[in-house]
Ligand binder design. Structure first.
Ligand code: S3P
Length: 445
């Protein structure tokens, strides 16, 4: 699926209170991993609550191109018959991942342990993103990059290892995608593959590998680090996966409700994995009213219904160590910071420069173009909140779904509304975003 079609501009106008209940789509990280591990397991994996966004649909097509049988059996209900560890067939054409760094990077790892050659490609945004960080450890495992664009970018041709080696790898950047790529390659290697991360990142791959029957040991190192060891060549067995609601998607209506006066909404079944909840911690420090109702466990993850009420927010200092637990949430946190009173300093955001866009620059430009005082100092983003946002700007979204949604949330509380040049990329992670927001009272046209 591509966005060669016309851009889709959209405007968010100052809206009345947001009210009602909603459930945002399934978690993107878990959806991607469920399809990939389902394709690497033996037997039928049934998934419910799968995110049917473009990123995930592209991964489902890649799984089919590699020999798995993938079938949609109902809304969010999918069935996959896998080929077993090391069993991918050589694809006839290039594997196309659209906008998705996660799909592409995890699959580089999965292919690296198989004796096949595959071309990896994506859209113009994905073609700008660094892949060397993934290819370096995969080459240590025995895969070879036979073609790549300048700087190790897509399109990349990867020749998987005939005899993959188990490695111990210390990740130079905190990245769940990098960790996952090494672990997925390690599945086909004899013996133990270890990844050391100095700052813990989302642990969905480790948890799901265990769920599918692999042996994974996790030990803590220091205050924030982890050492993850996978025993290679397991028999992965098909397992049912229930996908909880995505906290990164929930962030958009959640902050909409915080900044539009008089709002009160409930977001159902939001995942509360502690490596994903940095935003909630930060918003509570800012004085936000967020209640966790009906806490329960769904599919191995804690979830809750979140009740959010609008109210005054204050600026805070967000420590760099928190970044991995809220890495996708900075653009929308910056919107909350603009509506807060006082300075919010978000530290250590270097990784934002290599997301679907340069999100540090794109976030600052989004705010600046709508009358908010904002600065970038090194890797820090500083927002000087005044309790209100003028709006009136047209935000350049740079093929980045999270910039588009953040701008469209900001518009709801602004004086003059906010437009985006292209809302089309929202469909990569949050299909139905505009309709869900409208059902709560958002004025989008
Ligand atoms: C993801 C990891 C993060 C995140 C992305 C999803 C994942 O990327 O930004 O949206 O599912 O593993 P990095 O691993 O590059 O930090």
């Amino acid at each position: 699926m591509s966005h060669a079609s016309e851009p889709q501009p959209l405007t968010a106008r100052r809206s009345g209170p947001l009210t009602g209940r909603a459930r945002v789509p399934g978690d993107k990280s878990i959806s991607q991993r469920a399809l990939i591990l389902g394709a690497m397991a033996v037997g039928e994996t049934r998934i419910t609550g799968l995110l049917e966004g473009e990123d995930v649909i592209n991964t489902s097509r890649v799984m089919q191109a590699l020999g798995a049988t993938v079938e949609r059996t109902g809304e969010g209900a999918w069935s996959i018959r896998g080929v077993g560890v090391g069993g991918f067939a050589e694809p006839a054409g290039a594997l196309y991942f659209g906008n998705s760094g996660t799909g592409c990077r995890l699959m580089m790892g999965a292919v690296a342990g198989c004796p096949i050659t595959a071309v990896f490609d994506g859209d113009a945004s994905l073609r700008t993103r660094p892949m060397r960080r993934i290819l370096d450890p995969l080459e240590k495992i025995g895969a070879r990059t036979t073609e790549q664009a300048e700087g190790g970018r897509l399109p990349v041709t990867l020749q998987g290892a005939r005899d993959p080696l188990p490695i111990e790898y210390e990740a130079p950047v905190p990245s769940a995608q990098l960790k996952s790529a090494v672990l997925l390659a390690g599945l086909a290697a004899p013996g133990a593959t270890t990844v050391i991360e100095n700052e813990a990142t989302r642990d969905h791959t480790e948890k799901m590998l265990k769920h599918f029957g692999a042996s994974v040991r996790v030990t803590h190192i220091g205050e924030h680090g982890r050492r993850i060891t996978l025993e290679g060549q397991p028999e992965l067995e098909a397992a049912a996966v229930v996908v909880p609601a995505d906290p990164s998607s929930a962030a958009f209506p959640l902050i909409g409700a915080l900044i539009v006066p008089g709002s009160e909404i409930v977001l159902e079944g939001v995942m509360l994995n502690p490596l994903r909840t940095g935003l909630f911690t930060t918003l509570k420090e800012m004085g936000a009213s967020i209640e966790m109702l009906e806490q329960r466990n769904e599919g191995g993850e804690d979830v809750a219904d979140l009740r959010i009420r609008a109210g005054a927010l204050k600026g805070v200092d967000v420590p760099a160590e928190r970044a991995p637990t809220m890495i996708d949430e900075y653009p929308i946190l910056a919107v909350a910071a603009a509506f807060a009173e006082g300075v919010t300093r978000m530290r250590g955001l270097k990784e934002l420069r290599v997301k679907e866009s340069d999100r540090l620059e794109a976030t600052a430009a989004m705010l600046r173009g709508n009358g908010v005082e904002v600065e970038i100092e090194g890797d820090d983003l500083i927002v000087r909140g005044k309790g209100a946002v003028a709006g009136g700007g047209v935000v350049a979204t740079h093929m980045d779904h999270r910039i588009a949604m953040s701008a469209l949330v900001m518009g709801l509380g602004s004086e003059q509304g906010v437009s985006v040049d292209d809302a089309a990329f929202i469909a990569t992670s949050f299909p139905g975003f505009a309709d869900l927001m409208r059902s709560l009272g958002a004025d989008y046209s």
